[in-house]
Design a protein around this ligand. Structure first.
Ligand SMILES: Cc1cc2nc3c(=O)[nH]c(=O)nc-3n(C[C@H](O)[C@H](O)[C@H](O)COP(=O)(O)OP(=O)(O)OC[C@H]3O[C@@H](n4cnc5c(N)ncnc54)[C@H](O)[C@@H]3O)c2cc1C
Length: 490
């Protein structure tokens, strides 16, 4: 049997790579983790989830301060923000989490960490810092970067990506954002709340284009109300530097062109897998800008080389990367064949209101040719929501022909947390009637989960058929006030 330096070598120390490094090392596999940057943690910790959610919370608190009057409090004169203070807070949160993702911790778990830029020499070995290192199995988990489209003049225009957003010396006075996906929507609201004048340009007719339009529109309505301006159905024609400003020319739906100028230009037009420089072509591995070609067990064409995280090009979330990491550990270390199943992969966009989902929405159900029914409940009918001054939002439950829930979307306060109950319901195959009958504490936002399940159940319980049966068997006398359905007024 061939002998290798390591049982598994991992390229990339982000969410996916760290999951596999920790799992493999703790199971006793001789594990090597190679990271290009000077710290472990990946995009999520340094330029993604953690800094963005920290910024969002700061912006939320500032927004509440400025709206104190709405809560019966004296109006507060909130001064302008000092972004250096905000950036310092972001750094401190990252530093606290960094300890969990440190080289020392991984060494303690049994994994060797090396820093540098590896390239495959052959299908079992990479060259790193002048040395050849071999492993029986490899994982490619090098993540993704902001995709930069070939817009005329963009390459020569100083633009920002998610890597530049959290370390400003000064809050930009104005910002144009190209794209209206989750990152764009979250940052548009956060910067707008902090005092930046924000314009968002979107090619399609709605923001958050993977979501159902009615749900995404609620987010857009709130952001618009708060001051973000949206240019939908707009094509980006060109960009250029204009003194201290960046200039973007767009063509609107009616054919008119419009020139937008702002201090900052953020490109948030999707992601591209970080696969260049690894010499994948040299070992005959197919890939494109979206990612690697993988089988359901997350193996590449070389069955001992796996892919996980954003390089899969599918669900580009930290929790998806972690899940895929666990699939790789199962296949490569346990040798227990396991396929990735994304049926109930949840997600959340952390605008306010949040928009979270799991499973099918109407768009996906239609595309898959599934017949479905929809039940909705509104947050304006949830007592806790009203108490908290949160009136916007809705939950939407999608049932298949057999009346089994196949997806839930929530746009509303703390939607991502509310979705947790549905994660258990859908993965556990819990009946809708069980959820409808379960007691929830009052007053909580979570009651909306029970209520939407109850909307389906009550339609069955309070049917004419049931009422007739009860009348027949137990001689119920019928309504004491008003008219029975179907009764005519004299
Ligand atoms: C602004 C923003 C906000 C986000 N918010 C959320 C959120 O709220 N929730 C959520 O679930 N997801 C969020 N995401 C997505 C999340 O960050 C990614 O899905 C997740 O980080 C993917 O994990 P990964 O391991 O594939 O990649 P990463 O975490 O990026 O890790 C890849 C690692 O590989 C390293 N690397 C790259 N090239 C090489 C190379 N050649 N050799 C060695 N190492 C290399 C990188 O330096 C990096 O450390 C957000 C992303 C962005 C950009």
């Amino acid at each position: 049997m061939a002998s290798y330096d390591y049982d598994i070598g991992i390229l990339g120390g982000g969410a996916a790579g760290l999951t596999v490094a920790s799992g493999a090392a703790r199971l006793g596999a001789k594990t090597l983790l190679i990271e290009k940057e000077k710290d472990l943690g990946g995009d999520c910790l340094h330029y993604g989830c953690v800094p963005s959610k920290t910024l969002i919370q700061t912006a939320h608190v500032y927004h509440l301060l400025k709206n104190a009057g709405k809560f019966g409090l004296p109006a507060v004169e909130a001064g302008p923000v000092d972004f250096r203070e905000i950036a310092a807070r972001i750094r401190s949160v990252i530093q606290r989490i960094q300890k969990h993702d440190s080289e020392e911790r991984f060494c303690g778990l049994g994994a060797k960490v090396e820093f540098g830029e590896p390239a495959f020499e052959d299908e079992h070995a990479v060259r790193l810092n002048g040395r050849r290192i071999s492993a029986r199995n490899w994982l490619i988990a090098t993540g993704s970067s902001a995709a930069i489209p070939p817009v005329q003049g963009l390459a020569e225009t100083p633009y920002l990506t998610n890597r530049d957003l959290y370390s400003f010396e000064k809050l930009p006075r104005s910002m144009v954002i190209l794209g209206a996906g989750p990152i764009a929507a979250e940052m548009a609201q956060a910067f707008c709340r902090l005092g930046t004048r924000v314009a968002v340009i979107q090619r399609g007719s709605q923001i958050l284009s993977n979501e159902d339009k009615d749900m995404a529109d609620q987010v857009m309505e709130i952001l618009t109300r708060e001051g973000v301006s949206f240019h939908l159905n707009s094509e980006i024609l060109s960009a250029r530097n204009f003194g201290t400003q960046r200039e973007v020319v767009i063509r609107k739906e009616d054919g008119q062109t419009l020139t937008l100028r702002a201090e900052a230009l953020l490109v948030a037009l999707g992601r591209e897998a970080n696969l260049n420089g690894l010499n994948l072509r040299g070992i005959g591995m197919p890939f494109d800008a979206k990612g690697l070609k993988l089988d359901p067990r997350l193996r590449t064409v070389q069955k001992h080389i796996y892919g996980a995280g954003d390089v899969t090009g599918s669900f580009q979330f930290t929790h998806a990367a972690g899940y895929e990491g666990s699939i790789v550990v199962s296949n490569a270390i346990f040798h227990l064949p396991r396929k990735a199943d994304y049926t109930f992969m949840p997600w959340c966009t952390y605008t306010h209101p949040e928009l979270a989902g799991i499973g099918m929405n109407e768009k996906r159900a239609k595309a898959a040719g599934i017949s479905y029914s929809v039940y909705t409940e509104e947050f304006k009918d949830n007592d806790r929501s009203l108490a908290e001054g949160e009136e916007v939002g809705r939950i939407k439950m999608i049932l298949n022909e057999r009346e089994k829930p196949i997806g839930v979307q929530i746009v509303g306060p703390r939607a991502g947390d509310l979705l947790g109950e549905w994660v258990a319901v859908l993965n556990g195959g819990v009946k809708t009637s069980t959820l409808a009958a379960a007691v929830h504490p009052y007053p909580t936002l979570g009651e909306i989960n029970k209520k939407v399940a109850g909307a389906w159940l009550s339609q069955k319980i309070f049917s004419e058929k049931i009422k007739k049966g009860l009348r027949f068997f137990f001689q119920l006398k019928g309504r004491a006030c008003g008219m029975e359905e179907g009764e005519k007024k004299e």
